[in-house]
Design a protein around this ligand. Structure first.
Ligand code: ZN
Length: 261
């Protein structure tokens, strides 16, 4: 599958995970967060593709669980991860960027969902930029705060907001429809959400992924990226009886609301 001319395929795994398969500028194939090896091996075998490398965003089992089996099957593949995130790491993310193993790679520190969480932003100046963000950002939502705090989450969202608008956002879960329903509760008058819900439901009915999204789209629909907008602030002020809350306080409340939605 090519998305906006970028060779990207989301391989479905478990109930709602996507393991992104990406072909880099040199023709090498990478997978991101292979929680399940069999889904990847079957896909690669049926498309006669050899694996070149693995990128890991954080330590959760549904993101690293397939690494061991994949390197048994493809022993020459590079495993890009911090060692505390994945013990099979063969290359630090910082080395992958500084040695130009992937051209145009910037590794972003995005601690919030987990403290070790990183994201891979690839912008070589020629192809559409790509963001592999694991569970740090979902379409219309974000990962739960398992380890980090609201201040860190606010920071992470600010960082994502400033990426180029046409960046393809490759999240690790298909949560879009539920996330849009939550966003509609937060911003009932946001028309972009109504259109997006129709589109997302249609896609899911035909078993198509709703992803990748783009940063521009997320800026119009994702309440976690819209914390500075009056509609989101007013909604939170009303629900939690707040006044003069800071952005981190607001985003913390928004996360709490979503956790109980
Ligand atoms: Zn996770």
């Amino acid at each position: 599958m090519r998305v906006f001319n970028v060779p990207l395929t989301p391989i479905p795994a478990f109930n709602d995970n996507y393991i992104w398969l990406w072909q880099d500028q040199d023709g090498h194939y990478w997978v991101v967060d292979p929680g399940d090896a069999n889904s990847v091996i079957n896909h690669l075998a049926s498309n006669q593709i050899a694996l070149h490398g693995i990128l890991i965003t954080h330590h959760h089992y549904d993101h690293v669980g397939g690494v061991e089996q994949l390197i048994e099957k493809y022993p020459r593949s590079i495993v890009v991860a911090n060692p505390q995130t994945c013990s099979q790491s063969t290359m630090l993310p910082s080395e992958c960027a500084s040695q130009d193993i992937i051209r145009g790679l910037t590794v972003l520190d995005v601690p919030a969902h987990t403290l070790d969480h990183i994201a891979y932003f690839i912008n070589d100046g020629e192809n559409t930029p790509i963001l592999f963000c694991g569970d740090a950002l979902f379409s219309c939502g974000c990962g739960r705060l398992f380890e980090g705090n609201e201040k860190q989450l606010d920071h992470v969202m600010e960082l994502f907001k400033h990426l180029p608008g046409h960046t393809l956002v490759c999240c690790a879960h298909e949560y879009t429809v539920d996330n849009i329903k939550f966003a509609q509760a937060v911003e009932p008058n946001n028309k972009a959400l109504d259109e997006y819900l129709d589109e997302a439901i249609k896609r899911r009915l035909t078993n198509q992924p709703t992803l990748p999204s783009t940063i521009s789209r997320e800026l119009t629909v994702n309440p976690f990226m819209r914390i500075a907008h009056d509609s989101v602030r007013q909604s939170l002020n009303h629900k939690y009886n707040l006044s003069d809350a800071t952005n981190p306080e607001l985003i913390g409340k928004l996360r709490e609301w979503k956790d109980n939605f």
